[in-house]
Ligand binder design. Structure first.
Ligand code: HEM
Length: 480
């Protein structure tokens, strides 16, 4: 309930070593070999039943909430059809347009001076949500635009919902949920949905329906044009075994729901934390600006491709952010299948639940030495950091998880982050709003990073990482 489970888990590791039994039947690990043993391609495990609690009703079941391995493999194989190089290329132009418009909004009315202070988490949420809406079904939510829009409440409502659901997923009663759902629990959850979540449900339902109608009409009429968005790829995906359409309309709705949440929140947390660290670390900020402005003459030139991939410091800043402030702080639980598995040399039998926790992994003193320090250089081999050292820490670093249940949108997320950060630091300058510079940022409970004297970016654990701030001001680069 307090949102500090991730810190409690890290403290337990510090106190008891690299294996902790946090519940009678649940063991967490903190070592690179354990991560591979638990999540790797050969691991004899399935997603634990706590994933079931993320589901309000059976029709919403999608790839991430499918705990049966055979079903998951089938769904995932089909979902991957929406994440091809072609779909990634198709998404590029939507992403670029949204980012350009977002920049205009950030500095609107502030031609010669700094903009009004704004809560960066909120504006980053709006940007990634708009991008995802557009990319999923060709309809942006337009919540980054100034003015009233009821959908603006949705990212906040997702946080509220996760705060409510997360303790249920970790409760001893989680096993009863599949039984309770058809016996009134789904109806109860529906009845107590907050207004913004209801709005969001209706919005997703209507938008997907309209989009599917458009797709159908485009097959018979040349006048109806569709975009190559995710729905297009999902509609046209054929089951390779039967050559029939891979997804029913209900499946498409369920997968779009997953993509909107999995794809928006994670990327937005990373953006907010990265801008927080850049604002607090002028040396890192100017090194990043030099790399981007040295690689590209104009922000408009920044597009995905080999040149953007060559921006090593940009990628290192993103990796360092995902290490120190991961999108998802605690454990991703897996349950042993018949036969069990060996983890870190020890046998665990059928039914035992195991996992690793991302915050605890990223803050492991034994791996990183100075884990509380934001230092992107640790990811780049040079005179001071050997290639072996970088390979050693990379072996412990799995922000997108690994194996058959890893993030389906990894390439998509990295492309989006590289583009958003690259374009933003090229086109705009930013600074901490004065209130935050004086240390009174209104966000309590920050842990101080002792030797840099910079507070850690405050995150609360609700399965997703709940964040607020930083408060930033923007202006066009080169404005005096
Ligand atoms: C910084 C950004 C992101 C991070 C750190 C991240 C991380 C992860 C992780 C750790 C998982 C595994 C969760 C689990 O096992 O419970 C996951 C799953 C998933 N992610 Fe991401 N993600 C990011 C962005 C995205 C984006 C942009 C999309 C899509 C547009 C996406 C789509 C998915 C999907 C569909 C799954 C479920 C995969 C499955 O169940 O097989 N993610 N993500």
């Amino acid at each position: 309930w307090k949102g500090d489970r991730h810190k409690w888990i890290a403290d337990c590791f510090r106190k008891y070593g690299k294996k902790i039994r946090i519940e009678p039947n649940t063991v967490l690990f903190r070592s690179p070999t354990a991560s591979r043993d638990i999540y790797g391609i050969k691991a004899n495990v399935k997603r634990a039943e706590s994933y079931d609690a993320l589901l309000r009703k059976e029709e919403h079941r999608n790839t991430i909430t499918t705990t049966d391995n055979i079903m998951h493999t089938k769904r995932r194989r089909l979902l991957n059809l929406a994440f091809t190089d072609r779909s990634l290329r198709a998404a590029t132009s939507f992403m670029g347009d949204h980012i350009d418009r977002w920049h205009q909004i950030l500095v609107e009315d502030s031609d010669a001076d700094w903009s009004e202070p704004l809560n960066f988490s909120e504006t980053a949420d709006a940007l990634v949500f708009d991008i995802l809406g557009d990319i999923c079904y060709g309809k942006s939510f337009e919540i980054k635009q100034p003015g009233h829009n009821a959908i603006k409440a949705v990212p906040h409502a997702i946080v509220k919902t996760m705060r409510f659901i997360y303790p249920i997923t970790r409760s001893p009663f989680v096993g009863t949920l599949p039984w309770l759902r058809p016996r009134g629990l789904s109806r109860l959850f529906k009845a107590i949905r907050s207004k913004p979540i209801k709005l969001y449900d209706d919005f997703v339902g209507t938008s997907v329906r309209e989009r599917l109608d458009r797709e159908k009409a485009s097959k018979t009429s040349k006048e109806v044009l569709t975009r190559e968005d995710m729905v297009h790829f999902l509609c046209n995906a054929k089951n390779p075994d039967t050559n029939l359409p891979a997804f029913s309309n209900q499946d498409i709705r369920a997968e779009v729901r997953l993509l909107l949440v999995a794809g928006s929140d994670s990327t937005s947390v990373t953006m907010s934390a990265l801008f927080y660290f850049l604002a607090h670390h002028p040396r890192v900020y100017s090194k990043l600006v030099n790399e981007i402005t040295g690689t590209y003459l104009e922000p408009e030139d920044i597009v995905p491709g080999p040149r953007l991939a060559s921006c090593k410091y940009l990628r290192a800043c993103i990796d360092e952010t995902m290490r120190i402030a991961p999108a998802g702080l605690s454990e991703l639980l897996r349950e042993m299948l018949p036969g069990g598995i060996i983890i870190d040399g020890e046998y665990f039998p059928l039914g035992v639940i195991v996992g690793t926790a991302r915050w605890a992994d990223g803050h492991n003193e034994q791996v990183y030495g100075d884990p509380e320090i934001f230092r992107p250089e640790r990811w780049i081999p040079d005179k001071e950091t050997s290639a072996e050292e970088v390979a050693r820490i990379r072996a412990s670093f799995h922000p997108f998880s690994l194996g058959p249940f890893n993030c389906a949108g990894t390439n998509f997320a990295l492309q989006e982050l590289m583009l958003m950060v690259g374009k933003t630091v090229h086109r705009l300058e930013f600074q901490l709003a004065s209130r935050e510079r004086s240390g009174d940022d209104g966000f309590p409970n920050k842990t101080m990073q002792t030797n840099q004297n910079v507070p850690l970016f405050h995150l609360e654990d609700a399965f997703i990482s709940v964040r607020d701030g930083p408060m930033l001001q923007f202006r066009k680069r080169g404005t005096v």
